[in-house]
Structures are given as C-alpha cells and as structure tokens.
Ligand binder design. Structure first.
Ligand code: C5P
Length: 228
C-alpha cells in the first residue's frame, strides 16, 4: 500500500496529473480542493455568512459530504446532491480561500482527509491499495508521512494559460487577463496558511512548465519508482 501526496498552486495541473497517476497505478484518488470547494458551497447554500468564522467552522463540521475516490469518476456528493459541477463556478472559486484560511475548517478537513487516506491504506474488506491525495498542504500537514511527496509547479505564464483554457475555453491575451487576478489572488491568500509555493524538506519538485500531461505523469511516476 502506498500514499502519494501531490501539492501545487492553481493551474499547476495537479488534478489531471494526480488522477492519471492514480489510474496508472490502480490507486484511489482524493481531490482535497474539491472538499474546500464543497465546504464553501455548503456555507452558501445554508446561508452561513462567510465572514462569520465561528459559524463557518460549525457548518463545515456538520457538512454531509461524501467524496468518491475513483480516479476515473471522482464524485463529490453534498447532502445527497452531486455537486461536481456546482463547486467549479466562479462564485465558489472566488470565495473558497476565505473558507480555506479558517484554521478550524482546516483542522476538520485534515481529520476527514486522514480518514479517507487511512481507509485506503487498510487491509480488509473496505481497504484499498493506496491513494494519491492532492491539494495545498498534503505533503506538509495532512500526509507528511506519505511514501512519495511531490510539489508540482509551473511558471506563472503556463499556469495562467492552463487555467484560462479550463475556465474560458481559450488562452488568448484577453482570456488570460481575465483569469490572472483571480488565480494570483487565490494563490496569495492560500499561501498565508499553506506552504505550496516552495518545496518542504524531502518533497520533490516537478516543474511542468515545458511538459505536456503525459510527460508530467511520467515525471511523477519516476519519483514514485525511486521508492523501489
Ligand atoms: O485545487 P483547487 O483549486 O480546486 O482548490 C480550491 C481551493 O481549496 C484552494 O484555492 C484553497 O483555498 C483550498 N485548498 C486548501 N488546501 C488544500 C486544497 C485546497 O486550502 N489541501
């Protein structure tokens, strides 16, 4: 059994890469960013003011969230509702850092994420073969004991181009400009509580600026291979 931790800023390609690595190795996959996004959506849907830190923490502790861990179809089910698309709206993307910088929310998320990681590393009926978990603080806080720890980086230009393609379906100058503020602000806000802009001790950096998806997957797999 194995745990692979992948962190990185937005647009680094960590979701696509982590899903592909999990698929190739037959491992489960956990998108922790989706959990913070679901927490944000939950607060919006239950009319919790995002600037009321105590109310947000309370709401998140009670949030009925189920995370699917199949890399081919990782579902996000909130109170019985499939919210995979609803958590990717601009509204959620621009509000998520406010929820994610709440330290009580982070403690609750860590507890839930550890439970998923541990379940996938347990022998027995419900146990799996291991997991790839990705986010901002997996290599440092949630799974510092992971077998392989990777920081996926990319130049600002490459990250903005990728995010722009994802959100606007285009990467011309206007689309990239429309993406810039949101991406850079989110990374700046997120980096006040998680270290994902530079690699922590023992974390291997993979720079994907000049690599396509297959090449980046190969680079991460070679880090995992070095485990022997
Ligand atoms: O990876 P993604 O862009 O979907 O993450 C959404 C947000 O969730 C991030 O901007 C950050 O605020 C938060 N996050 C976090 N810690 C993680 C994963 C995501 O704070 N491990």
């Amino acid at each position: 059994m194995v745990t692979i931790a992948v962190d990185g800023p937005s647009g680094s390609g960590k979701s696509s890469v982590s899903k592909a690595v999990a698929g190739r190795l037959g491992l489960a996959y956990l998108d922790t960013g989706a959990m913070y996004r679901a927490a944000t959506l939950w607060c919006v849907r239950t009319d919790v003011a995002l600037d009321d830190a105590d109310a947000v923490a309370r709401a998140v502790r009670e949030m009925p969230l189920e995370m699917g861990v199949d890399p081919a179809a990782p579902g996000v089910v909130l109170d019985g509702d499939d919210v995979a698309a609803a958590i990717r709206t601009t509204e959620v993307s621009s509000a998520v850092s406010q929820v994610a910088t709440n330290l009580e929310v982070r403690a609750e998320m860590k507890r839930r994420q550890r439970a998923v990681i541990d379940a996938e590393n347990t022998d027995g009926f419900s146990g799996g073969r291991g997991i790839v978990a990705e986010g901002r603080d997996i290599t440092t806080v949630v799974a510092p004991d992971a077998d392989a720890r990777v920081l996926l980086t990319a130049s600002e230009e490459a990250r903005l181009r990728r995010r722009s393609l994802e959100v606007h379906g285009a990467a011309d100058a206007a689309a990239v400009d429309a993406t810039r503020d949101q991406v850079l602000r989110r990374d700046r806000d997120d980096s006040t509580v998680s270290q994902f802009l530079t690699a922590a001790d023992g974390v291997v950096t993979v720079d994907s600026s000049e690599l396509d998806l297959d090449q980046t997957v190969a680079a991460v797999l070679s880090v995992v291979d070095r485990l022997g």
